[in-house]
Ligand binder design. Structure first.
Ligand code: BTN
Length: 267
C-alpha cells in the first residue's frame, strides 16, 4: 500500500487486459520518465521498429504540444503515444487527429460522466477549460510506409497547482473536475478501444462522415466568433464548419476561409 497521494507506476498488464480491439494489437510499453513519448516512438521507428506499440510514461521532461509548444507533463497526467499503420487514402490520414480527439473525449465521459468537448482541431475541453490535447505526427519509415503517431496528453490526476501559473485560468484536470483520482490504465485502454472502434468504421466506410459527424456533435467551436492564427496571418470571423479533411471553415464577411492548422481563440 502506498502512502496517500503517492502514485503507483502504470501497470502494463491492466492495459493489456482491458484492450478490446479488432484492428489494433499494440505492445504496451511503460516508462517512468522520458523526454517525450512521441519522440521515444520516433526513435524506435528510426531503429526499424515495425510492431504496433503504445508507449506510456509517468512523466515527460520535454513533452511536446502542437505548434512546437511544450507540453507540461508532471506526475499524475496521462502521456501516451500510439502507432497506427493506416491503410487509408491520404485525405483520411488527416482525420486521425480528429478521430483521436473524439475517442479521448468519449473515454473521459465513459469513465467519469464529465462532459468533454473538442475545440478545433482536437483540444479536449471541459467547461471551456483545456484538459488534454492530441499531437498527431506522420513518419515515413524505410520501407516507404507511413506510420502515424497519435500522442495523447490528458491532465488526469494532476492538480492545478502543478501547472505553470500562466495556464491555470484556462486549464483544468479530471481530478479537479470530478474530485476523484482515476485509473490511468483504464483511461488508456478505453482511449485505445475507442480509437480502434472508430478506425474500423473509417477503413470500411465509403465516406468519412462518421468521424466528421461525431466531431460536429462534440465540438465547442462551430458557431463561435473566432480569432485564428495560422502562423502567417490572424483571421477573425465566425467558425462555420469543417471540411472533409478536417480544416476549419471560417466566415469572414462574405468569404469562407479554410484553415488547415492554427491556434483558435473563441468567444
Ligand atoms: C496539444 O498541444 O494540445 C497536444 C498535446 C499532446 C501531448 C502529448 S503527451 C504524450 C505525447 N508526447 C508528447 O510529447 N506529446 C504528446
Amino acid at each position: 500500500m502506498l502512502p496517500d497521494g503517492e502514485l503507483m507506476t502504470i501497470d502494463a498488464s491492466v492495459i493489456e487486459k482491458g484492450l478490446r480491439t479488432l484492428l489494433l494489437k499494440p505492445n504496451v510499453i511503460v516508462l517512468d520518465t522520458v523526454d517525450s513519448t512521441n519522440s521515444y516512438v520516433r526513435s524506435l521507428l528510426a531503429r526499424g521498429l515495425t510492431d504496433e506499440i503504445v508507449v506510456l510514461a509517468d512523466s515527460q521532461h520535454a513533452g511536446r504540444g502542437r505548434q512546437n509548444r511544450c507540453w507540461h507533463s508532471p506526475l499524475g497526467g496521462l502521456y501516451m503515444s500510439l502507432t497506427l499503420k493506416p491503410r487509408l487514402p491520404e485525405s483520411r490520414v488527416a482525420m486521425l487527429g480528429l478521430l483521436a480527439g473524439c475517442a479521448a473525449a468519449d473515454a473521459i465521459h465513459q469513465m467519469t460522466g464529465l462532459d468533454a468537448g473538442l475545440k478545433w482541431p482536437n483540444d479536449i475541453m471541459i467547461r471551456e477549460h483545456k484538459v488534454g490535447g492530441i499531437l498527431s505526427e506522420a513518419v515515413n519509415i524505410s520501407d516507404g510506409t507511413t506510420i502515424v503517431i497519435l500522442g495523447i496528453g490528458i491532465d488526469q490526476n494532476t492538480r492545478l497547482e502543478d501547472m505553470p501559473a500562466e495556464f491555470r485560468d484556462r486549464t483544468t484536470t479530471i481530478l479537479t473536475e470530478s474530485g476523484l483520482e482515476t485509473s490511468r490504465e483504464e483511461l488508456a485502454y478505453k482511449i485505445v478501444n475507442n480509437i480502434d472502434a472508430r478506425l474500423a468504421v473509417l477503413v470500411s466506410d465509403s465516406s468519412p462522415s462518421s468521424i466528421l459527424d461525431e466531431w460536429m456533435r462534440v465540438n465547442v467551436t462551430i458557431g463561435k466568433k473566432v480569432q485564428v492564427n495560422d502562423g502567417e496571418r490572424v483571421i477573425r470571423g465566425v467558425a462555420v464548419g469543417i471540411t472533409p479533411t478536417g480544416s476549419l471553415r471560417v466566415k469572414v464577411g462574405h468569404r469562407d476561409i479554410e484553415i488547415q492548422a492554427g491556434d483558435v481563440l473563441q468567444y
